[in-house]
Design a protein around this ligand. Structure first.
Ligand code: KIV
Ligand code: ZN
Length: 516
């Protein structure tokens, strides 16, 4: 019988460590709800001691999610473990994920401990965590570069102390598939009590091998895979959930494994994570990229039309890509819109539907056909849970090849005051941002600006993503509109609202920065 592989999703923890990907609590709740629909086994909801926001996210996800294990990350420190236990206390199936570095590099430079001291610290942490929960996962950071025999000794000791899952991370994305597979095999063969725990793989993508390494781990005895939606995460990211799951699904003949994932929910989850974090999915990305099922050469098109499997190894519907794209027009009513949003998996209350409908009518007036992608974009804009500290009321720009670009912007602040200012700039967007800065007066640097069209055609909705930096923190903003100038202004206010709503970092957060 095919073996069951457990999917541990860390989009809300390791994924959130992508620069600019930070999400507020409501956004995390919405993603957690979708991960539950997707059928992952474990949701790593955050790192509770790192900030009040992370604590709250883990706590609220624990209260809401019933069908997945909810997990909180900690250092191997008693206070971290106690805070995580408190955040997880309402979870149906809580898990504490604790651990410590295991490579000599981590021991000497980061932890400044001997091997014996680190092992002792790990054992104490597991015993402490077991006082609160029966499910304790232990991570051995930088296992990919660690001494194998020491790694096995620590694993044996922490299992004896009560660890139920052993996470063997390739933290730096250094290993190759053969090497990582052999490492997992070595652990299976050299840890005498390994049958008392489940082995988990956690691979980073620095050499583009995270998915291949995770699969090699599975072939050698691992039964849990840690991954993120769209592969987001620290540096080059983590194992991509959609790729690893579909690899096992399509190549059952090779892996002989099953997961609990409802694959038809993959595309929707990918879109939700991309929209919320502002991290684009590259068009040629496997499984969820815009071109993953597009056939452009005549020979390929002909082949697919005659028989889909000639050039397609996955039916797009298996990952939730619906082929009928055209949906609504200016003649569609509010009810039709609500129904279509429900079909797309969005449930909104009446007030939200009113706002989305107003934007939809505006868009449908300018655009003949409104596509699912357009709807998802305006729905995300209108129902954003980012506090509306400033709201865009009007923006007007004059520019051209012989003119000094000048913008006039009117925004409303939280107290309802309408504020207007104008400024010129090097281009229309620069002029808008300068005008906004004159009103808002919050220092920041614009570090990235990108624009994409949501669908095809000259009347397509423009989707602007920007990143702004203040100190060490990066904030992502997104805005969509037919008019690129309006979309740019919306994106800037979205990012500024995130910046202004940010909770002041706690001491723990500052201390933790960069430590996992
Ligand atoms: O990459 C890593 O080692 C981690 C651990 C904290 C699990 O993310
Ligand atoms: Zn990681």
């Amino acid at each position: 019988m095919a073996d069951r592989i457990y999917i541990f999703d860390t989009t809300l923890r390791d994924g959130e460590q992508s620069p600019g990907a930070s999400m507020n609590v409501d956004e995390k709740l919405e993603i957690a709800r979708q991960l539950e629909r997707l059928g992952v086994d474990v949701i790593e909801a955050g790192f509770p001691i790192s900030s009040p926001g992370d604590f709250q996210a883990v706590q609220r996800i624990s209260q809401m999610i019933k069908n997945c294990t909810v997990c909180g990350l900690t250092r191997a420190v008693p206070k971290d473990i106690e805070v995580a236990a408190e955040a997880l206390k309402d979870a149906v199936n809580p898990r504490i994920h604790t651990g410590l570095g295991v490579s000599d590099s981590h021991l000497q430079h980061k932890l400044r401990m001997t091997r014996e001291q680190a092992m002792e610290r790990g054992v104490t942490a597991v015993k402490h965590a077991r006082k609160f929960v029966s499910d304790v996962e232990y991570f051995l950071e930088d296992s990919g570069r660690a001494d194998r025999d020491y790694l096995c000794q620590v694993i044996e000791a922490v299992i004896k102390a009560g660890a139920t899952v052993i996470n063997i991370p390739d933290t730096t994305g250094y290993t190759t598939p053969n090497e990582y597979g052999a490492l997992i095999r070595y652990v299976v063969e050299h840890v005498s009590n390994i049958d008392k725990a489940r082995i988990s793989v956690h691979c980073h993508n620095d050499l583009g091998m995270a998915v291949a390494n995770s699969l090699a781990g599975v072939q050698n005895g691992a039964r849990q895979i840690e991954c993120t939606i769209n592969g987001i995460g620290e540096r080059a990211g983590n194992t991509s959930l959609e790729e690893v799951v579909m690899a096992m699904h399509v190549r059952k003949d090779i892996y002989d494994c099953v997961t609990g994932v409802t694959t038809q929910e993959i595309y929707k989850t990918s879109r939700m994570v991309s929209t919320t974090t502002g991290i684009f999915v590259q068009p040629n990305k496997a499984i969820v990229g815009a071109n993953a099922f597009a056939h452009s050469s005549g020979i390929h098109q002909d082949g697919v039309l005659k028989e889909r499997t000639t050039y397609e190894i996955i039916d797009p519907q298996d990952v939730g890509i619906n082929e009928s794209k055209i949906i609504l027009s200016a003649r569609s009513g509010r009810h039709a819109l609500q129904h279509r949003l429900q079909e797309l998996g969005f449930a909104y209350d009446e007030t939200q539907i009113d706002k989305i409908y107003a934007r939809f009518l505006e868009l449908a007036d300018r655009k003949k056909e409104v596509y699912d992608e357009d709807l998802a974009k305006i729905a995300a804009d209108e129902t954003s849970t980012v506090a509306h500290i400033y709201e865009l009321l009007h923006v007007q720009v004059s520019c051209g090849d012989k003119m000094l670009p000048t913008a006039t912007v009117t925004i409303r602040d939280a107290s309802g005051r309408e504020l207007t200012d104008s400024c010129h700039g090097t281009g229309p967007v620069d002029a808008i941002y300068r005008a906004v800065n004159r009103i808002v007066n919050v220092e920041n640097d614009l570090i990235e600006f990108s624009i994409q069209s949501v669908t095809e055609g000259i009347d397509a909705l423009a989707d602007v993503t920007i990143r702004i930096r203040r100190g060490n923190d990066i904030y992502t903003g997104r805005g969509a509109d037919n008019d690129i100038v309006v979309a740019s202004a919306r994106a800037y206010l979205h990012a500024l609202n995130k910046l202004l709503a940010r909770v002041t970092p706690s001491d723990a957060e500052r201390e933790m920065a960069g430590s996992v």
